[in-house]
Structure formats: C-alpha cells, structure tokens
Design a protein around this ligand. Structure first.
Ligand SMILES: Cc1cc2nc3c(=O)[nH]c(=O)nc-3n(C[C@H](O)[C@H](O)[C@H](O)COP(=O)(O)OP(=O)(O)OC[C@H]3O[C@@H](n4cnc5c(N)ncnc54)[C@H](O)[C@@H]3O)c2cc1C
Length: 602
C-alpha cells in the first residue's frame, strides 16, 4: 500500500479490477473494445463497481458513505478512467449528487444517500438544451408553479445517462422574466412522478464513449412535488454553476486516466518495435515525445491534486481553482495524446492489433472531456471575468494576508497534511480576488532560497529552479500590471486577446502549482521527485509558451526522466507524482473485496 492513505482506495480498486491487458480482467482492454464496437452500455462493469461499493465513495461520511476527500476521489476515478472512459464517465454521473450535498435539505440528503447506497441508484444532470447549449439562462424548459409543486414542460438534450438513471437533476425556468434568478433546480425522482409525464429521447450516436447512455429527456405537464426542488426558487443557476466547481475538477481525473493509457500503450509499442537495428524508443525524436508526455502528466498531476485539495482548504476559491484544472488538464492531455499518436505511425490509424486498439478509443473518448461541464472557452471566459480582481487583490497583499496564505498553501500542497471536511456551503460564484496558488508564489520562492544551505539538495538544480520560478513571477507581475491598467468588460463579448491572457494565467498557475508541490513534498514522494530535475524541465516547458527556450536544461536531466519513465513502466506503476502500484496479473483467489479490506486497515 502507498504511504499516503488517501491513495489506498485507488490502489485497492486497481488491484481488484486487475491488469487491463489481461483479457479475463474486469474492464480489460479487450472487453471494453468489444463493448465499444457494439456501442453497448457497460452494464456488467457498472454493476461490478456497485458491488465493489464504489458508490459509497460518492456519499459524504456524514450521510453514511465513504467520501472523505476529493484527492482520494480523483485518484480512484483516474484508475477507472485508464481502462475505460465510457464506464468511468457513466459511473461518475453520481458526482452530481454533490449538488444535493451542497444545497439539499437534511431529508433530501438522507433520501439521496439511501437511493444511491441501497438501490444502486444512478442519476443524471439535465442542464443542456438543443437550442441553448452553454447559454443556461436561455433555457426553455419551464417549471410552472401549481399547488404543491410544479409542472415541468420541455426537453433536455444531450444528457449522459438520461434514460438509464432513476434521478434527473433538471434546470428549469421558474420565472419568465429571465435573468440570473429565473432558474430553479429540481431533483426529479422518476419513481415518484407519473411515467406519462416524461419520455426518454433516442440514444445519440457519439464519436467516443460510444456505449454511453447518451440521450435526452422530455417532460409534458409532468407534476413534480415541491420537495423535489433543490434550494430556493430562483437559485438554480447559482447552484448549477457551483456544482460545476466540483465536476470540473473531477473531469481532470478522466483526462489523467486516458493519458496514462495513451502513454503506456505507445511506450510499449516504442520499446517493442525495431527499426534501423534499434527500438523506436532509442530514436531521439520519439524518445523525447514520450518523455515530454510523461512530464506533461506530472504537471497536470500537480494542478489536479492541488485543485482537489483546495475544496477542503479553500472552498471559497472553488470558482477559480476548478477553472484552472478544467482548462489546463484536458487541453494538455489532448496535446499529449495527439503527440503520442505520431509515434504509432500507421498503427494509429488501425483499430485492431496493438493493445486491442485501446489507443484509438482513448483518442475518441478523450475528446469529449474539454467540451462538457463547461467547454474550454466557457471556462476561460469565466476566468477573464475574475482576472482583474485577482490582480488587484494580489497588489494589496500584506503581512497578515501572507500568514494566512502560508498556512493554506501548506494544507493544500503538503500531501501528508490531513484535509478538513469539505464545506460545500462555502462555495462562491466568484473568488473575490483570491487565488492562493499564484498569490503565494513568493512564499515558495523564499523556501527555494532557504534550501541553499540544505546539503540534500543539488545546488545546480536548485539554482535553476530559483531562476525559473523567478521568471514565472516576472511574467505574473507583468501580466498583473497590464490587467490593472486595462479596461474591464462585463458579459460575453470578450476580446480574443483576453482569452490569450487567461490562457497565460492558467499556464503560470500550473507552473506555480508544480513549484509548491515540490517545496511541500520534496521529502515524501521518492528520489526522482526530490531531485527536482523534472520540475526544472516542466517549468522551462511551461515558460516556453511565451519565452523562447533559454537553453537552461542539460540533456542529462531529460535522460534521467527517460530512465524514470522506463522504471515506472517496468515496475508497473502509475505515471504520476504519486506513482501508485498498478494491478499485476493475478489469480481469482487473490482478489479481495476491497471495501472490507480497507475498513480493516483504516
Ligand atoms: C457526449 C456529451 C455528453 C454530454 N452530457 C451532458 C450532460 O450530462 N448534461 C448536460 O446538461 N449536458 C451535457 N452535454 C452537453 C454539453 O455540456 C454542451 O454540449 C455544452 O454545454 C456546450 O454546448 P454546445 O456544444 O451546444 O455549444 P454552444 O453553447 O452552442 O457554443 C458554441 C460555441 O460558441 C462559443 N462560445 C460559447 N460560449 C462562449 C463564451 N462564453 N465565450 C466565448 N465563446 C463562447 C464556443 O466556440 C462554443 O463552442 C453533453 C454533450 C456531449 C457531447
């Protein structure tokens, strides 16, 4: 078991699912590819996960479940996602229960916990409409007030798990005048409404996650009792957007799972295929592409883990922390997958053969992650609206702010620090200018300078880290100065230039997350992590987006990363800053029921 307890669930799940390259494993590449070819819903796999009690980890402990930390959550979703995004995304619609844990009454919470736990209940989120997409305020679905409840009318589409789920969380208009307070949320339990009042729309054919229950739902004068409304009437948009804070961060786990499979599959190909008397891995260009893919995953790890932990440490910053994760990670992983595809050459285009064609499934499935739960542009737009305030807040930091920042940074980044429970009621639509990660960069820079007298740190690597971190800070200062003096536009008509600024801010944020992660975990994540060469290359790569390469990275650093990549592959460990043990091929007798095993160890 990993020394960090929050990774035990992921490791146990991984062990019980088994090695995905072995056809007899649960969700093996062979079986998920067969389902995908048939576009078939992964019913048995989903039921296996319920029988494993994975749904308990969607219910907070105070309501009888096992959900303790979102860092733990992200880790097990990643393990699932490395096998099959169809099942992982299907199962994770349960994540919408977060809306009820955030805003439900005690009765609603108890009822939902029972539905999920005792009935193996599934749910879906019904926000989107054919005509409106990202424009949630434009929704046409109406909830008309009648005695004791509401009459729902209209259609939601495209909705994942709309047909095969017992509960639909529906965003509907309760006030015709429009505007931010015109929408309300309803937790519609299909077992408690008249079946004549709703119908499911036909399955939609999708590019990826082909076996998903992708459809829609239509309501025709469907009576829903008042008790099914979530929160106050008119609070739907606000709650709906706060719900995205949770799920946007979760989406990164889908991406990271895909990235692991993409890299592992292509690495296996590169090590096995011989050309010109050597392996493809020995040819400098593909070797570098593979190393860079690994490094990009490490950066995404730092961003994701920090984002997941921030729900517990700084829930009031969730509006920005979730954007950083949702913009950066899926976009970075899309590039990783695209770059890796080049190494497969002709085999990239062939759906059979190499590892059952799982890479090609990753390409198709992975493409949806940056679209749903607020597309890349929608996230950047939401960040643009907060950037100026963050720059102003940063300019006003003082000794007292720094002390609080120091303490939050340590809780957020030190993976050994216990996390407090997540106070979802503290989620805010705007972070009021706070962004600990970039606003605390000077604190980690100070730590770096402090390490100059530490004999355990390589002086050359440290100097490079100081130089690169100082460059990140310079870029941030310049950007903040520009923002402070620029005009501010409300609304949707933001300039393309402001989107570029937001992207740059996310890149600087990713760099800062990596620095903090190293500073606070140098001694606990193993020798490769501690040495910091990976960090120097990652910072250099991130900065290269807007500064030409300074030639600061010696080629030996890159070679050392290549050796670590090979080592993790040989030892069958996750490509991650937390390289947890992946499943080995095992006999059925070795398989345990993980939930009971974990309870014994806890
Ligand atoms: C596989 C799949 C699963 C889905 N699952 C669900 C689900 O479970 N529940 C659910 O409610 N929905 C779901 N959706 C819907 C998904 O969330 C929507 O597709 C998404 O909200 C975007 O809407 P749209 O594609 O209609 O794009 P539109 O909103 O029509 O936008 C079109 C384009 O306009 C531009 N644009 C939009 N907004 C902005 C902005 N603010 N600033 C700048 N440019 C902008 C962008 O270029 C954008 O791509 C799913 C979709 C798919 C494909």
């Amino acid at each position: 078991m990993h020394q960090l307890k929050q990774y035990w669930v992921a490791e146990a799940l991984e062990k019980d699912l088994g090695d995905p390259t072995q056809p007899e494993s649960v969700m093996s590449f062979k079986s998920v590819m067969e389902l995908d070819e048939r576009e078939e819903f992964p019913e048995k796999d989903v039921e296996w996960l319920y029988n494993w009690n994975l749904h308990h980890y969607h219910i907070p402990v105070e309501y009888g479940g096992e959900l303790k930390s979102y860092e733990e959550f992200v880790a097990f979703v990643r393990v699932l996602s490395r096998r099959d995004l169809t099942t992982s995304i299907t199962f994770s619609t349960l994540f919408w229960s977060g809306l009820v844990w955030m805003a439900g009454t005690h009765e609603q919470k108890q009822k939902l916990a029972k539905f999920i736990k005792d009935k193996h209940g599934a749910m879906c989120l019904a926000y989107s409409e054919r005509a409106h997409g990202s424009d949630l305020v434009g929704s046409d679905v109406q909830a008309t007030k009648v005695p004791g409840g509401y009459l729902l009318n209209g259609e939601k589409w495209p909705i994942n798990r709309a047909t095969i789920s017992g509960i639909s969380v529906v965003l509907a208009k309760t006030d015709d005048s429009g505007g931010a307070r015109s929408l309300s949320l309803f937790v519609v339990d299909k077992s408690e409404i008249d079946p004549a009042g709703y119908s499911n729309l036909p399955k939609i054919k999708t590019l990826g996650i082909r076996g998903s229950d992708m459809s829609g739902i239509r309501f025709d004068n469907c009576f829903v009792p008042e008790e099914m409304r979530l929160g106050q009437e008119g609070a739907g948009l606000e709650l709906g957007l706060k719900g995205f804070h949770l799920t946007r961060t979760l989406c990164a786990a889908f991406s990271l799972g895909s990235a692991d499979t993409a890299l592992r599959t292509v690495l296996k190909f590169a090590l096995g295929r011989k050309l010109y008397g050597k392996t493809v891995f020995d040819i400098p260009h593909p070797r570098t592409t593979l190393v860079e893919a690994f490094l990009d995953i490490l950066v995404c790890d730092c961003v994701t883990i920090a984002g997941a932990r921030s729900f517990h440490v700084a829930p009031e910053q969730s509006s920005v922390s979730s954007i950083f994760v949702k913009y950066f990670v899926p976009t970075a992983v899309e590039k990783v997958v695209q770059n890796l595809s080049v190494i497969l050459g002709a085999r990239f285009y062939l759906r059979e053969g190499h590892d059952e064609g799982i890479f090609q499934k990753v390409v198709r499935d992975n493409a949806i992650i940056s679209v749903f739960d607020g597309s890349t542009v929608v996230n950047l737009h939401a960040l643009i609206l907060q950037l100026r305030q963050m720059a102003k807040y940063r300019a006003k930091r003082n000794a007292a702010t720094y002390e609080k920042l120091r303490s939050r940074l340590e809780s957020r980044f030190s993976l050994e620090a216990p996390l407090p429970p997540c106070e979802r009621a503290k989620f805010e639509l705007f972070s009021r200018g706070c962004d600990d990660v970039l606003q605390g960069l000077e604190i980690s820079l100070e730590h770096l300078y402090g390490l100059k007298t530490d004999a355990s740190v390589d002086a050359e690597v440290l100097q490079k880290l100081i130089t690169l971190t100082s460059t990140v800070l310079e870029e941030l200062d310049a950007q903040d100065e520009f923002l402070a003096s620029s005009g501010f536009e409300y609304g949707h008509d933001q300039s393309p230039e402001s989107f570029e600024l937001a992207k740059k801010y996310c890149t600087l944020h990713a760099a800062a997350a990596c620095v903090h992660m190293w500073v606070y975990n140098r001694k606990i994540l193993g020798g490769f992590f501690a040495k910091g060469e990976w960090l120097a290359i990652c910072l250099n790569r991130l900065l290269m987006t807007f500064r030409p390469s300074s030639g600061i990275i010696p080629s030996i650093y890159i070679e050392n990363v290549a050796q670590e990549l090979l080592k993790l592959d040989r030892e069958n460990k996750m490509f991650s800053i937390v390289p947890l043990q992946l499943a080995q091929a095992q006999s059925p007798e070795e398989k345990t029921h993980a939930a009971s095993e974990l309870q014994l160890q806890a």
